[in-house]
Design a protein around this ligand. Structure first.
Ligand SMILES: Nc1ncnc2c1ncn2[C@@H]1O[C@H](COP(=O)(O)OP(=O)(O)O)[C@@H](O)[C@H]1O
Ligand SMILES: [Mg+2]
Length: 251
């Protein structure tokens, strides 16, 4: 997966302090320059992203719609450094993430991004509270403090009393709320959501929309791939359309 230069000697502490959080220079959450992603399966190739250019400032709310198979998930995964482009450049929080090895990228993801998936992706053997604590494993804080923080996040999504439930003991809407609490675990500046309301009933969907809006109002950059018109109508949202891997801004 890692095609970039090995920069493993470059510690995440240096990055945290010097390049990102303390820097007043960071103004862009995301910059994609001429990004393409081609998948090869056997002797066939699929172009999932074609020459995508996208600049997202810190604090923006971005909504991308488009038909199934148009490349939305691929775009989100490339933005979040889960996947990599076959062409072009990805800069996340002013860090050219493709220049680093996978271990650096993994730490970077945990620190600077929170992912919300269509199918929640909770760990089935962990309780709601343990799922929220999971991304906090890099923290140096005492376990009791980490636990308190996770509990506060569950409270924030209205699920403190469900802390000891396993995913199968939660409704779809509750699972997605746990996933949102987990996305907030390390207080990342960028929240990435892939069709977060697609599998939810209307009242759960409305809770998820409100949580995404609140995160944005608190200054988080929120990027959502969705068909949900009510998310797209979030005041101040920048709207885009994906079609056959081509991204177009809707003015
Ligand atoms: N890991 C993969 N390997 C091969 N093809 C893929 C992979 N991921 C996505 N694709 C293909 O890329 C295209 C875009 O997929 P995707 O990004 O999932 O679209 P969307 O999220 O809009 O439905 C589709 O044709 C899909 O089949
Ligand atoms: Mg998708």
């Amino acid at each position: 997966m890692s095609e970039g230069i090995d920069n493993s000697e470059y510690s995440i502490d240096e990055l945290t302090e010097a390049d990102v959080e303390e820097s007043e220079e960071v103004r862009y959450a995301v910059r994609l320059t001429d990004v393409s992603r081609v998948y090869s399966i056997g002797n066939r190739t699929i172009t999932a992203l074609q020459h995508v250019n996208l600049t997202v400032r810190l604090g923006e709310f971005v909504v991308v719609n488009g038909p199934s198979g148009s490349g939305k998930t691929t775009l989100l995964n490339v933005i979040g450094a889960i996947d990599y482009p076959t062409e072009g450049r990805v800069i996340l929080m002013d860090v050219p993430i493709g220049d680093y090895d996978e271990s650096f990228r993994a730490t970077f993801r945990l620190t600077y991004t929170g992912f919300i998936f269509q199918s929640y992706n909770l760990i089935s053997t962990l309780t709601a509270l343990e799922n929220v604590m999971f991304p906090m494993q890099l923290s140096d804080d005492p376990p009791a403090e980490v636990r308190e923080r996770a509990l506060a996040l569950l409270e924030r999504v209205g699920l403190a009393e469900r802390r000891d439930h396993l995913p199968w003991q939660l409704s779809s809407g509750e699972q997605q709320r746990v996933a949102i609490a987990r996305a907030m675990a390390n207080d990342p500046p960028v929240i990435l959501a892939d069709e977060p309301t697609a599998n939810l009933d209307e009242s759960s969907a409305e809770i998820v929309r409100r949580l995404l809006r609140e995160l944005n109002e608190q200054g988080k950059t929120v990027i959502v791939m969705t068909h949900d018109e009510l998310i797209a109508r979030t005041p101040g949202a920048r709207r885009f359309h994906m079609s056959n891997g081509v991204l177009t801004e809707i003015e």
